[in-house]
Ligand binder design. Structure first.
Ligand code: UDX
Length: 434
């Protein structure tokens, strides 16, 4: 099929490459010249496992290209809108300006039978506004479909090829059939497709993210009690997670969630529910957000408890990305903690296998190190805040020789506590004490 993808950020670039891999002819449209030329040269603008090779193969097959010229979408049978919907500068609401700009850019060039499919995360009711905007600008009648994505950074290619489910919001049979045709490879793998009305499809995405965020803040709230009582949060999560109604995933207590999705999506959900007059979401998710941000303070307070005074102390921070296998530092708990300690006049040295360029652009004042031994050398405290495999594989015996004061906080509760303790370290987690 002829496909256009509007917005070639994380979501759009990955979708374009995977749809081309599956045999479609795909044109990616973006306003950023630099991004477009990078992508056309097969260069990934962000780190994502497997993305480079899928991108390069799709480009060499001749089925994928990128452009800044909106006229090039005029052959597309399906036009996906994948632009960003970040948090607004001054409020918690989603900033939909990229969505409106995309609508205005494509409307005059849409083929008469084109299906416009929204995929960005938006407040419920946005599809209807988008539909009237596109119809007004184009002078035609399009019915907008909502097809939310659920991909996780670090696993984006696999999640796009084989998602847990496909959600389609439409009441238009022609559009539904076209999407069934496009997603035939997924449907052949028995991946469930749910065809819903448009507002339900929009709400599914924000609710899924709200639930995931709530699960993390729930376990972090219990971790606080575990700290006060000597209970172990990891064993507790294993035990409650074995209840199939609860499940073990997203019960990893620690420094909390960050990234470009969960934090801004729960805030946008609060803002849109307030506008609608629903108070419950505000009460629930405001607490989820507060608990999550409080985890960053907990790590800083723990550092102060261990060191007494952090001023002038050398603190090694392992991790800058908001999660492993990503170079994304948006709302990264690790980097935020590093910055908080820097503001308290600690000498903070940050290491990350992939995210240092983005980290430096965001917080130029911090010290960044690519050599792990240099980060550890003579430090007063180590903070493990992003659980890259490389950090799980560290040798605590060898690292013990580099420091006088062997203190480490495992802000992700994944290190082998016994091995670190046996090597002479004093190791503390969140809800999991030495
Ligand atoms: C999330 C959703 O998972 C995905 O479905 C949606 O499409 C986009 O938002 P992503 O932002 O890539 O994906 O990250 P995710 O894997 O959900 O992790 C989010 C944050 O939560 C990370 O900072 C992670 O470290 C943290 N997290 C996750 C925890 O603190 N504990 C957990 O148990 C799980």
């Amino acid at each position: 099929m002829q496909i256009a993808v509007v917005g070639c950020g994380y979501l759009g670039a990955v979708l374009s490459a995977v749809l081309a891999e599956q045999g479609n002819s795909v044109i990616g449209l973006d306003v950023d010249d630099m991004r477009v030329s990078q992508l056309n040269s097969g260069i990934a603008p962000f780190y994502e496992p497997e993305f480079d090779s899928v991108l390069q193969q799709s480009i060499s097959s001749g089925r994928l290209s990128f452009t800044t010229n909106a006229e090039k979408i005029s052959d597309a049978e399906i036009v996906f809108i994948c632009v960003g919907t970040p948090q607004s500068q001054n409020t918690n609401a989603a900033d939909l300006s990229q969505l409106w700009a995309a609508a205005d850019a494509i409307a005059p060039h849409l083929a008469p039978n084109a299906i416009v499919v929204g995929r960005s995360t938006v407040p419920v009711g946005t599809a209807a506004k988008l539909e009237s905007r596109i119809n007004k600008k184009s002078g035609r009648k399009y019915s907008i479909v909502w097809n939310p994505e659920f991909l996780r950074e670090g696993l984006a290619i696999g999640d796009t090829r084989t998602p847990d489910r496909i959600v389609i919001g439409t009441n238009n049979d022609f559009a539904e059939n076209k999407l069934r045709e496009l997603y035939a490879p997924q449907l052949a793998k028995q991946i469930p497709m749910l065809v819903l009305d448009v507002p339900t499809a929009e709400l599914v995405k924000v609710s899924a993210n709200a639930f995931l965020a709530t699960k993390i803040s729930f376990i972090n709230a219990i971790a606080e009690v575990a700290d006060l009582t000597g209970a172990d949060i990891v064993q507790l999560a294993d035990a409650i997670g074995l209840d199939s109604r609860i499940g073990r995933k997203f019960l990893a207590a620690g420094v909390g969630f960050g990234g470009g999705c969960l934090p801004k999506d729960i805030r946008a959900f609060i803002a849109s529910s307030n506008e609608l007059g629903s108070e419950s979401i505000n009460r629930l998710l405001s607490e989820v957000d507060q608990i999550n941000l409080g985890q960053r303070d907990r790590v800083v307070n723990l550092a102060r408890e261990i060191l007494g005074e952090v001023k002038g102390k050398k603190i090694a921070v392992l991790g800058a990305a908001f999660k492993p296998n990503s170079d994304d530092v948006r709302d990264s708990p690790a980097l935020e903690v590093a910055h908080m300690l820097h503001r308290l006049s600690a000498l903070v040295f940050v290491h990350d296998p992939k995210a240092l360029i983005n980290a430096r652009a965001k917080f130029p004042d911090l010290n960044y190190q690519t050599d792990l031994n240099q980060v550890f050398k003579d430090c007063d405290l180590v903070l493990h805040l992003t659980e890259w495999q490389q950090y799980r594989d560290l040798d605590p015996d060898q690292l013990r020789t580099l420091v006088d004061k062997p203190f480490i906080i495992d802000g992700r509760n994944v290190l082998d506590f016994a091995a670190w303790r046996n090597a002479g370290w004093q190791i503390t987690g969140l809800g999991k004490r030495d």
